[in-house]
Design a protein around this ligand. Sequence first.
Ligand code: SAJ
Length: 411
Amino acid sequence: MKISVSGLGYIGLPTATMFAHYGAHVIGLDVNQHAIDTINQGKIHIVEPGLEDIVKDVVAQGRLKASLTPEPADAFLIAVPTPFKGDDHTPDLSYIESAVKTIAPALTRGNVVILESTSPVGATEQMVEWLSAARPDLKFPSSEQDTEFDIYVAYCPERVLPGQVIRELVENDRTIGGLTPECAKKAAEVYKIFVKGDLVETNARTAEMTKLTENAFRDVNIAFANELSLICDRLNINVWELIALANRHPRVNILNPGAGVGGHCIAVDPWFIVNKTPDLARMVNTAREVNDNKPKWVVSKIEEAVAKLGDLGRKPKVALLGLAFKPDIDDLRESPAIEIAQLVGENDQVELLLVEPNVHELPKKIQKGELVQLEEALKSADVVAILVGHKQFKEQDFGSLNNVIDAVGII
Ligand code: SAJ
């Protein structure tokens, strides 16, 4: 089978690579020439454990090739970003639109087109409108009952965890949402190439909503934990002990409070539900607000601790431990810890020390603060805030320090 994958990022590149690894011929499309050149040299431009070795192998064997221009194939997958724009969190589908317009000329009868990008409900139907406009000579499914069409169309979301993508791509069950039942069957045949988990068929709208529901579920659960952390702080209860005790109930499983919710998925996808049905998605909306507010609350705790120091005759030193959006990764994008560093940095009366064992330099958006080693920060800081549960911090003994704000409960 020949497979075309549009978008060679955190999802598209591992997916293209696994198809090639399991015997398909894959053409990977991207608009980024640097990414294309890197992949065609058998290297990768993203961080994902285990991926580079397989890319090197499949490129050397001629089974994966990256390109700017499309070629005919049996299946066309689209895995491009779907951010949102503006304050009302309207989904931005322009990357999907442009990927669709790029592949449209290469389509022939019997092909299957699969959207993988996390998308609002209705995006697959919208994709078909763009495809039909670009290829009026081909017939696309017009309803779930339609049986007479040339191109099969499906929505098949991924659910892999960054850092474990190679294993989870193969092992996880997948939702296969066909625009018609026949489309779902056709798409399932494509994933059978490498997926060992169950391929569960449904319609496209349900599949779109499944993806959003999974991340919204986690967001709501984390928001509950974050709300508990505020309540417990006021009532002088250790929230970590509280959650550990509550979780001993056989039907209770509360996630962990933290410095906020970051990353490109959980903090984004629930907005697609809210934006579509604002009058109904009240809990999903509130969860987003609770989690987005948590970094500001952590900053207020840091400011309180600084105020309690009194006059030291010099600027107090605040050390922030961890800048990544979750433990043991180097990804600083959409990180609540970065927001905290920016907010604390706005205060001219404090000196800021930043510790992030997984990076060698600070991102440009951090205007103030010095990147230092953990030991140095702990030696000189007057107030320490632990923002990410990195393994280096878990191994540290914080016992003798007075002013520690532990946002992630590692102490
Ligand atoms: N977090 C907490 N408390 C917790 C768990 C996480 O505060 O108990 C925070 C993390 O620190 C981080 C954020 O949530 O800032 C998100 O981290 P994560 O590890 O929960 O998830 P992601 O964003 O790396 O990946 C998620 C996964 N979705 C689910 O677990 C439901 C992954 O399976 C999806 O494929 C991915 O989103 C995606 O692409 O949508």
